[in-house]
Structures are given as structure tokens and as C-alpha cells.
Design a protein around this ligand. Structure first.
Ligand code: XMP
Length: 326
């Protein structure tokens, strides 16, 4: 029988058997997957777990604070936050190609995470050799789409699977590897993870970095963050969060179009809304959002984000379009 309670009981037993009295580290991305994976491991082995959040500067408005405050408060996990915004911006400077961006973000993430691991091991002092395990919030669709499944095509490099260097003496703990997203949410609720984290829509590891079509800069990130916050706020206000699987908001940074705002000509950027409905992200349909909600989002973004003078709606299913633009 599949119930969240049974999954928790099974996984807690598996995790205890795998980890024993060793220490374990978890990278917390801010998303549902790593939060639920961490909560499961915490349930199994308590403070043998240390969580690390790498702040790559590609998160949406308010998300780092949510991890730092809400998640820690509700679970009591030990958390280290590494502020690496400058490092990622420098590494990504001048890069527009999507796969190159993904590879750079994945590579820098691993380097920062290795630094954090070293510090955790040093701090453990004489217990340093007991730090042996890494938690990953890998889901079943991630395994399949990254070529982990038989015959699966490698469509995009997902930076949360298989990205670990070979020379690391760590074993992976992947308690969500057989689960789909809705099952992970059910498990998270059963574990008492706060609802605002459990019901959070999927967000990619490379973050806003793959939602800026063109080069990533601090200024472009700020434009996208403000537009995204407006779209999320209005969708939530309209009660649509449960109807939408996720709604990437994408900045076409290399595109400009002519507009008129106030009494002046503008030459600004388009923002794309990509609301999708899906069961598991393997396929998706575009969500038929109410016109009045689209209208409010469009008016607010163009009024409140000066650099944006056009809001467009993506009406492509997956396939042929992927959910993210890069
Ligand atoms: P695509 O764009 O391939 O996305 O249709 C499918 C789902 O995966 C998410 N996604 C990622 N998640 N690391 C992640 O953890 C990644 O590198 C990544 N790329 C895409 C995407 O948001 C959607 O839910």
C-alpha cells in the first residue's frame, strides 16, 4: 500500500541502516525536494545531519530568507549558508549558451559545496572521518531525464544528478529516488514541513540563470526577480497555485521592442509568462489562465518594472517546448 506514512517508515529504516552513526551533509536548494529529503534524514538520524545552502544569487525574491527562517524554525536542522553571489556572476560573465550556463553553475556549485564539506569535516575534528554521506533530493523524473533510465535521451544537464566528482569519498543518500513530485509533497506534509515549502512549485537548480535568455548580469537578475515576484503574487492572490504546476517567468534580455509609456518612447525587454499544467514535468500543457489575471500581471509588471515594456504568454505544450526556456 502506498501511503506517505509507509514511505516515511521505509525510508527512515533505510536511511538509518545506510548511515549508521556516521555524519551526513545535505545541500538545501530551497525547493520541495531537498527540503523533504533533508527532513526525512533529520527524522532518521537527527543532528548527525548538517545542511548547506549555496546562495548562488540566482534565487527568486525572498527565497533564501524562507530557507534561513521558516525551514530551520520548523525542522531544527543545522544550516550553513554560503553567500557566493559574486563568484557565480563572475563565472557566468559573458555566457549566453544555455548548456554552458548550466555546466558553469553546476561546476561552481560543486566547488563551493566541496569547500563547505571540508569546513564541516575540519570542524568535526577527530570525528572528521565520520562525515561520509551526502543527501540528494533526486526524484524519479530527474533520474529518467538525465539519462539515468534505460534509453532516456539526455535533453538538458540537470545539475542535481550525477554531478559529483569521482574522487569524493562520499556515498549518496537519495530517499526520493522512486517518487514523483506529488508523492514528495504528501511525504513532506506528513513530516510537518511548512506548507509554503511543501506546496512550492518546482524551481530548477540553476535558478533564474536559465530564465534569462542572454547573458546573466546582476541588473538583469534584479529585473527578472521583480517581474517574477509580481506574477507569483497575483497568481497566489487569484487562488491559482494549485491549478498550475509551475509558471516560469522568463526575461528575453537580448530582445528589445519599441513601446510607449507615459509620453515617451521606450525600448525595453519582453517578459514571458510560461504557466504550465503537468503531472510529473515529463509532459505539460500550457495553463489557460483567466484573462483578467493575465491582464493584471501584465499591467503591474509594465508599470512597476521600468525596463520591461511587453508581457507575452507562452502557449506551447511540452513536447515540443520544454517547460524552462533553457
Ligand atoms: P524542462 O525544462 O526540461 O523541465 O521541461 C522539467 C522540469 O525540471 C525542472 N528543471 C530542473 N530542475 N535542476 C532541477 O532541479 C535543473 O537543472 C533543472 N532544469 C529544469 C523544470 O523547472 C521543470 O520542472
Amino acid at each position: 500500500d502506498w501511503t506517505p506514512g509507509n514511505v516515511i517508515a521505509d525510508q527512515v529504516a533505510n536511511i538509518k541502516a545506510q548511515i549508521g552513526s556516521a555524519r551526513v551533509i545535505c545541500a538545501l536548494s530551497g525547493g520541495v525536494d531537498s527540503a523533504v529529503a533533508a527532513a526525512l534524514v533529520q527524522r532518521a538520524v537527527g543532528d548527525q545531519l548538517t545542511c548547506v545552502h549555496v546562495d548562488h544569487g540566482l534565487m527568486r525574491a525572498g527565497e533564501v530568507e524562507q530557507i534561513e527562517n521558516d525551514f530551520v524554525a520548523s525542522t531544527g536542522v543545522k544550516l550553513i549558508i554560503r553567500d557566493e553571489k559574486e563568484r557565480f556572476l563572475t563565472a557566468l560573465a559573458g555566457v549566453s549558451d544555455p548548456e554552458t550556463k548550466r555546466k558553469i553553475i553546476g561546476r561552481e556549485f560543486i566547488r563551493v559545496f566541496e569547500d563547505a564539506q571540508r569546513e564541516i569535516i575540519e570542524e568535526a575534528g577527530e570525528h572528521g572521518e565520520e562525515v561520509k554521506f551526502l543527501v540528494q533530493g533526486t526524484l524519479y523524473p530527474d533520474v529518467v531525464e538525465s539519462g539515468g533510465g534505460e534509453g532516456a535521451a539526455n535533453i538538458k544537464s540537470h545539475h542535481n544528478v550525477g554531478g559529483l566528482p569521482d574522487d569524493l569519498d562520499f556515498s549518496l543518500v537519495e530517499p526520493l529516488r522512486t517518487l514523483f513530485k506529488d508523492e514528495v509533497r504528501a511525504v513532506g506534509r506528513e513530516l510537518g514541513v511548512p506548507e509554503e515549502i511543501v506546496s512550492r512549485q518546482p524551481f530548477p537548480g540553476p535558478g533564474l540563470g536559465i530564465r534569462i535568455v542572454g547573458e546573466i548580469t546582476a541588473e538583469r537578475l534584479e529585473i527578472l526577480r521583480r517581474a517574477d515576484a509580481i506574477a507569483r503574487e497575483e497568481l497566489t492572490k487569484a487562488g491559482l497555485d494549485n491549478e498550475i504546476w509551475q509558471c516560469p517567468v522568463v526575461l528575453l534580455a537580448d530582445v528589445r521592442s519599441v513601446g510607449v509609456q507615459g509620453d515617451g518612447r521606450t525600448y525595453g525587454h519582453p517578459i514571458v509568462l510560461r504557466p504550465v499544467s503537468s503531472e510529473d514535468a515529463m509532459t505539460a500543457d500550457w495553463t489557460r489562465l483567466p484573462y483578467d489575471v493575465l491582464s493584471t500581471i501584465s499591467t503591474r509588471i509594465t508599470n512597476e518594472v521600468r525596463e520591461v515594456n511587453r508581457v507575452v504568454l507562452d502557449v506551447t505544450s511540452k513536447p515540443p517546448g520544454t517547460i524552462e526556456w533553457e
